[in-house]
Design a protein around this ligand. Structure first.
Ligand code: SF4
Ligand code: ZN
Length: 106
């Protein structure tokens, strides 16, 4: 796995942690529903058809997620995105760098 994909998965986990902690009050671990979302998104990232040309999923024009998961990820990002800079400044910095590029034309 390359560094970009690893960072994207770390960022996703951090965002889901914030979301689940505040919205689902699940305690130390994320709840079943959030874990299912995390596992699904990580699998999509691992199997991304764009390979080395992958941007971040939030910037991707293809967006291969099933609609239900896409909506869930959007809700997580809407809530946790603004809170990331305070909670995980370094991860947020690298995620912004990784987000610079849009999906290349295939
Ligand atoms: S949403 Fe786009 S970048 Fe993310 S895994 Fe799917 S194809 Fe790859
Ligand atoms: Zn949850």
């Amino acid at each position: 796995m390359n560094n970009k994909n690893r960072r994207e998965k770390q960022t996703l986990l951090a965002m889901i942690n914030i979301y689940c902690r505040d919205k689902h009050e699940a305690g130390q671990k994320i709840c079943f529903q959030c874990n299912e979302l995390l596992q699904y998104a990580c699998k999509r990232i691992d199997e991304c058809q764009l390979g080395d040309k992958k941007t971040t999923c939030a910037r991707c024009a293809i967006h291969c997620f099933k609609p239900e998961y896409r909506e869930k990820v959007r809700a997580v990002m809407r809530y946790s995105g603004p809170r990331m800079l305070y909670n995980h400044p370094v991860l947020t910095f690298y995620h912004l760098i990784d987000s610079r590029f849009k999906t290349p034309k295939t």
